[in-house]
Design a binder for this molecule. Structure first.
Ligand code: CUK
Ligand code: CUA
Length: 644
């Protein structure tokens, strides 16, 4: 690496990106950003009114903690799925039924940072059952049911901090994984000096059973050296049975990481033989370790979430299970690791490197067989770089991060610093094409692009900086995604669309896989909600001590009961509102004056509960918040609160 390049890469990331941006802004200050759109782009993304798009895409919400669903190619936002953050818009995390979803060993945690959505797979292909997504701050993994577009389950990860390398799936769908971004002392609240980092701080790789809805759990954790674990992807084909995780900071720095963690020429990809790990667990080689973590899930019949506390996890030390973990030296703080559809090529994104290194699965297995090790770290053999390398893409661009595949032998790598997507050929490592993106791209996504069977027609670039792309909206701008046509030899920019929060990664699938499997309403006859009713005649007000349960029906266009008296100051009122409609897309809402909570949105056949402790006497109107009929505005009532 020349010294100029090194300086650019280590000291000047922000400055370089800034300079690129400045140039772009000056060139186009009055009319928006550069426009490289060619002739037929408008017709390629135009989906006529009433017509459906071709793909569902799922973009993580980043610091919104949620998932946003955009239809492609139009880029239309069609759903916002609350996952890790409370969502006042529909009462998620506010209603009594959903609060338990956000339970953790730290208590109720109603916010997180979601990075990587991952569609469930069968035999390495997207199957359209579930979407998994990670919480990066308080490490959790959620399952979203794709017949309901709702979060159905959340598992917390113990011995973990910053669940970043998550929740990538194995091709058989048995596991999703989570690796800790921050190494931490293991067990709960280990109170040690931060200066004892090298001795006390450890990494963990968690394998989470994922194929049984409602039953996610940590199958086992693998104990790792105190590095930072960043991203992962499962092997397939020749690499099936292996999981690859990038790590950086093999220097084990714990202060000024931006320089101290970028010293070494190479860091490591950890290659984990999870079949071997399973065998070692079965032989009793994992240590049961005391921890506390929560598993939260939504009961299908009652639609009430419950939390279960777990107290132990099985921890597997590579020293106790030889042959389970190997290190693949990889230049310079690798970020992403992506496996091509055949499973032969393991592509790293060394964000500070000037090449894209590609490891070979076959060479990896041969090198293990031949024991081509250069050294060992904490019981983990380090393979020789030259023994496992398939090739390097030379001079791709600056700051290679993430790679996706089109299933036609091509790879596409995002470049953060030079703000471009570079297309290159697997096997020859030759750069075929490049396209600028606006600006500073993180992940890119091709529908199915990390599976065995990509649908290689479009690519979505998720950009970190937006600047001049839209009408300005003050100092904070919407994040920006760009849709690129990759069906021909040359990539073509088709569309910009703004996104919610900060999308890191995305997944997408053909709409035909799931659109006919959607739930249209919940059957009242099957509901087991403890305070739900089957119809208006069951509506009732029941007092138990200082708690008043109002079992209320919502139906076009009234509430029953509508006028409620007999509430006293000091009472807790539980409004259990059942939407007794049995028809698609007929929703009602419920809100009470002054309630310092949220509203409820009630899907057809669903019961949701708003807890309200009135603070002063008086008359409180309530009303339906979701415009449901010509008489929606009439759908209201009063509560009277009297002195105790
Ligand atoms: S990360 Cu954001 S650009 Cu969290 Cu997958 Cu790479
Ligand atoms: Cu019910 Cu509006």
């Amino acid at each position: 690496m020349t010294s100029t390049v090194r300086k650019l890469l280590t000291g000047g990331i922000a400055a370089t990106a800034g300079a690129t941006l400045l140039f772009a802004c000056q060139a186009t200050a009055t009319k928006g950003g550069p426009n490289l759109v060619t002739g037929d782009a408008a017709s390629r993304v135009y989906v006529a009114p009433g017509q459906h798009d071709e793909y569902y895409s799922f973009l993580s919400g980043g610091f919104s903690g949620q998932v946003a669903v955009y239809a492609l190619p139009s880029g239309r936002l069609i759903k916002h799925i609350p996952v890790f953050s409370q969502h006042a818009e529909n009462g998620y995390g506010y209603s009594e039924e959903t609060k338990a979803m956000l339970q953790t060993s730290y208590g109720f945690v109603p916010w997180d940072d979601s990075h990587h959505p991952e569609l469930s797979q069968t035999a390495g292909e997207v199957n359209g059952k579930w979407l998994f997504i990670n919480a990066n701050n308080t490490p959790r993994v959620a399952r979203i049911d794709l017949t309901q577009f709702e979060t159905s389950e959340i598992l917390e990860l113990p011995n973990s901090a910053g669940g970043h390398a998550s929740p990538f799936t194995t091709p058989d769908g048995r596991y999703v994984v989570s690796a800790t971004r921050f190494s931490v002392p293991l067990g709960s609240n280990a109170d040690v000096s931060i200066d004892s980092y090298k001795e006390n701080f450890k990494g963990t790789l968690s394998f989470i059973t994922a194929d049984q809805p409602g039953k996610m759990d940590v199958a086992f954790q693998i104990l790792m050296p105190g590095y930072n674990y960043d991203l992962g992807h499962a092997g397939k084909g020749p690499s099936e049975g292996w999981f690859f995780f990038t790590s950086y900071n093999s220097e084990q720095a714990y202060t000024k990481l931006e320089t101290n963690a970028s010293q070494a020429d190479k860091d490591y990809i950890a290659a984990v033989n999870y079949r071997k790990a399973e065998a070692c667990v079965a032989e009793g080689k994992a240590q049961p370790t005391a921890v506390t973590y929560y598993h939260n899930f939504m009961d299908e019949k009652s639609r009430v979430a419950t939390s279960e506390k777990k107290t132990s996890v099985r921890l597997l030390d590579p020293k106790a299970c030889p042959g389970m973990v190997y290190y693949l030296p990889t230049p310079k703080s690798p970020h992403g690791v992506d496996v091509d559809p055949t499973g032969e090529y393991i592509v790293a994104g060394g964000k500070l490197a000037t090449v894209i290194p590609v490891h070979s699965a076959k060479k990896l297995l041969a090198a293990i067989e031949a024991r081509a090790f250069e050294k060992e770290i904490d019981g983990i053999p380090v393979l020789k770089y030259d023994a496992i390398l398939a090739g390097e893409v030379q001079k791709p661009g600056l700051g290679p991060l993430h790679t996706e595949f089109d299933g036609r032998g091509n790879a596409y790598t995002s470049h953060f610093i030079s703000s471009e997507v570079v297309k290159w050929k697997l096997g020859t490592w030759e750069v075929l094409d490049r396209i600028p993106v606006y600006y500073s791209v993180g992940h890119i996504m091709i529908p199915g692009g990390d599976s065995r069977k990509p649908f290689g027609k479009y690519l979505v670039a998720m950009n970190k900086i937006t600047k001049d792309r839209y009408l300005p909206t003050g100092a904070e701008l919407a994040q920006s995604a760009q849709l690129i046509d990759i069906s021909g030899d040359k990539m073509k920019l088709l569309l910009d669309f703004p996104t919610i929060g900060e999308p890191h990664y995305a997944q997408a699938l053909p709409a035909s896989l799931i659109k006919d499997k959607q739930v249209k309403f919940f059957k009242l006859s099957e509901s087991t909600h403890p305070h739900g009713i089957k119809g208006e005649p069951e509506a009732a007000i029941e007092r138990t001590g200082k708690t008043v349960h109002v079992k209320m029906a919502a139906i076009r266009s009234h509430f029953a009961p509508d006028n409620i008296e007999g509430i006293q100051l000091g009472d807790t009122v539980m409004f259990h509102v059942t939407n007794v409609e049995q028809d698609w897309d007929i929703l009602h809402g419920f809100a009470v004056l002054g309630a310092n909570n949220a509203e409820l949105i009630l899907q057809p056949g669903e019961t949701r509960t708003l807890k309200w402790v009135p603070q002063r006497t008086g008359i409180y109107p309530f009303y339906c918040t979701d415009f449901c009929s010509a008489l929606h505005q009439e759908m209201s009532g009063y509560v009277r609160v009297s002195p105790a």
